[in-house]
Design a protein around this ligand. Structure first.
Ligand code: EPZ
Length: 418
């Protein structure tokens, strides 16, 4: 198990290039089996969720090559419709494979998906959507078995704007018969990226980014070369790091529009943020006014994936901050670890009440999930003294070269294997 050793208290200065979005790349990989022609994805981040997804594609019979940041997928010989449980449990986005595997093979078998332990993470909306498309589904022994001889387009209303369910229904219906309309669809930028990718393959998807998505089924999809959008959550993580440590940081290849909710908050606490083309500049001093209130919401609201990092920021901001996590039931696992660093936080259900302290002190802390691990790393970077952050397997799921990028900005952080 790896851990970070961090000497806190150093300002961050310099430029960091943002990776392609984990939550865009994963559904694109699922979409790659909708054609038997070659798919090339440029600037593909070498993170564990992507590597696991590539393993799943190989289990289905795809041939892949991953040189540098260029991933080539050839699914001409794909013939297996079963996703092995060991891999399905590794990551949540394995469930996105359902729609595209059914569309390719007319059947699919997958173990219930895993992912961060941040809540129940049901897949009822995914299954309800697929059933509406004429897929028969049998759940038994921890497996989901799907079969369908004809995917037939229809109108689907989602009970809540689920990102994964929206993506799964799009993937299942792009080669279905007729038109599918998804109402109350999620509006995340990663879904727009999936729409662009599929339309470059010859699909007819429209409306992504709004709450009504329309898919007109087509007979065939062809190969594509594509560069995914930048990772707005990684970008937000680095902006919060700069706000916590002080300094001047430029994010290269970042879209400010996709994290407007965070940028608005950081400006409120007196960070100087300017945007020029695809660069975001942040200048932060030691003063951090109170964040007052953060409520996580579906896009374009404040992203749940930045809740843990912004909770760390609230720990050293003036006054009190109330943080409400509306999307996931247990996404406060980073709180006890922050308290070990001197934070003053009380959690009641889905709300965390944070009273700011001047500075945190170093401690040995353990990451419990992907974004919580990032939050603890940021807290250690801003703290006085030495810290360790253990169990980097979570961070490695979603942040490529995290410690190298932070070191290049002046942080004293290194990884050791224990
Ligand atoms: C995606 O997860 C992201 N993962 C998550 O990022 C992100 O936190 C989440 O969207 C919300 O933005 C990927 O894209 C791979 P949801 P997903 O379905 O699709 C409920 C990260 O850190 N729900 O939008 O699983 C669910 O319980 C990860 O990068 C149902 O009730 O999220 C939750 O309360 C963590 N039934 C809400 O919807 C369902 O069938 C949002 O979940 C599906 C979801």
């Amino acid at each position: 198990m790896d851990k970070f050793i961090i000497e806190g208290g150093r300002r961050l200065c310099g430029e960091v290039e943002i990776q392609s979005a984990k939550n865009a790349v994963l559904p694109l990989l699922a979409a790659s089996i909708l054609t038997d022609e070659r798919v090339i994805i440029h600037r593909c981040p070498r993170i564990r969720d992507v590597l696991n997804m590539i393993e799943i594609l190989c289990e289905l019979g795809c041939k892949t090559s991953f040189e540098g940041e260029t991933l080539v997928i050839d699914s001409a010989d794909a013939a297996n419709h079963e996703i092995p449980s060991a891999l399905a449990k590794e990551l949540r986005s394995s469930v996105f494979m359902l729609g595209s595997v059914i569309a390719r093979f007319g059947k699919a078998r997958i173990a219930y998906p895993g992912g961060c332990d941040i809540g129940l993470r049901p897949v009822d909306l995914h299954l309800k959507g697929l059933k509406s498309l004429n897929v028969s589904i049998a759940e038994e022994g921890g497996y989901i078995n799907c079969a369908c001889d004809r995917l037939i387009g229809t109108d689907i209303l989602l009970d809540c704007p689920s990102v994964g369910a929206t993506e799964n229904i799009i993937l299942a219906s792009v080669k279905g018969e007729g038109v599918t309309v998804i109402r109350n669809a999620a509006k995340e930028p990663e879904i727009c990226d999936l729409q662009n990718f599929l339309n470059r393959m010859g699909a007819k998807v429209s409306g992504c980014g709004t709450s009504t998505v329309r898919v007109e089924g087509v007979k065939k999809l062809h190969g594509v070369e594509y560069t995914p959008i930048p990772d707005r959550i990684e970008a937000g993580t680095f902006l919060i790091a700069a706000a916590m440590c002080g300094g001047e940081v430029a994010l290269k290849r970042a879209s400010a529009d996709n994290i407007a909710a965070l940028i608005h908050k950081l400006r409120e606490i007196s960070c100087k943020i300017t945007v020029k083309n695809d660069k975001i500049y942040i200048k932060s001093g030691s003063a951090r006014k109170s964040l007052r209130m953060i409520e996580t919401m579906p896009y374009p609201g404040f992203p749940t994936d930045l809740q843990a990092p912004v909770t760390a920021l609230a720990c050293i901001s003036e006054g009190s901050t109330v943080i409400v996590e509306n999307l996931f039931e247990t996404r406060f696992k980073h709180v006890p670890e922050l308290i070990r660093m001197g934070a003053d936080i009380t959690v009641r259900g889905r709300a965390a009440f944070v009273r700011g302290v001047p500075v945190l002190h170093g401690a040995d802390v353990v990451a419990g999930d992907l974004r919580g691990g990032a939050a603890l790393t940021l807290a250690a970077l801003s703290a006085e003294g030495m810290s360790t952050v253990t169990d980097l397997s979570h961070i490695d799921r979603g942040y490529s070269e995290f410690e190298y990028k932070l070191s290049a900005l002046g942080a004293k952080i290194r990884r050791i294997r224990v």
